[in-house]
Design a protein around this ligand. Sequence first.
Ligand code: TRP
Length: 333
Amino acid sequence: MSRPTIISGIQSSGQPSLGNLLGAFLQFIKYQETHETFCFVADHHAITVRQDPKKLHENSYAIAAWYIACGLDPAKCTIFLQSHVRAHAELGWILGTFTQMGELERMTQFKDKSQRHAQNINAGLFTYPALMAADILLYQVDEVPVGDDQRQHLELTRTVATRFNNVYGDTFKLPQGTFPKNVARVKDLQEPTKKMSKSSDSLGTVFLLDDLKTIEKKFKKAVTDNVGAVNLDEENQPGVANLLAIYAACAGVSLEDAAAQFEGSQYGPFKAAVAEAVCGTIDPIQKRYYELMDDKTELDRIFAQGAAKASAVADKTLQDVMDKVGYVRPVSL
Ligand code: TRP
């Protein structure tokens, strides 16, 4: 029996944080054991917001390097850059013609981003969901693990796929969104009711590139409360609850066990223990990350292999679509 197929894309913009590590990277790694896993760096998506060329170039490697450093294994899954598999841009174009303006206008990510980048509300930002639909539908995937913020895009992907299938017959498999439960939703260390965001540069965000001293300092300064006791009480002690969730994820214990372990502990030693668990998790990942980034030949080789494997699947779907729509196939002379 063949394994279910899964895909995930990550934009190559910004610096990943502890929130991305615990909420996404380490979660996604698990799939390669049970699923046919495709993981790509969404460089085409990244340029919908203006990027510095050097940074985009470096970040495209960096995202892949973080995944591999976390344990994504190119021998078990397919890792590639979106732009290396030409079928994405081509199917994205075609699917744009099966996506309605009104549908795109309702996308909350478009509304958010066009507010945040009011000086550059470009057409690519608007048609982004058609390209994302192509990313997914090319691989005939069963599942797409995504955060809540991508629910709407996934729904639109299914709408577009259904619309195409209704006109041309069965072409695309309809993907299911999986919205992982029991995943640490890491909050800002300074404002523990807000999600830890990589776009904030305050003390509240732990970046994966922070050195261990900086990480310790950020935990030392983490906001708690004046209850003075470690309890699992998200409503009244959000700072403490966040630290417990981070500890549990890094130490590999349940939230309840983490809370029991620190019962009666003072905040000082509690925070130090959380920092130690985080550093213990991040340290080996950072080391591997730096090795990979230091000499990019291995990453280039992984990308080349990944693109070849991904293209073999993607080109088949694209050809089927183009034949059905009525494009003329090129002949070689
Ligand atoms: N839109 C996703 C995000 O912003 C990234 C993405 C692009 C993606 N294409 C995808 C995720 C395909 C899953 C599948 O996070």
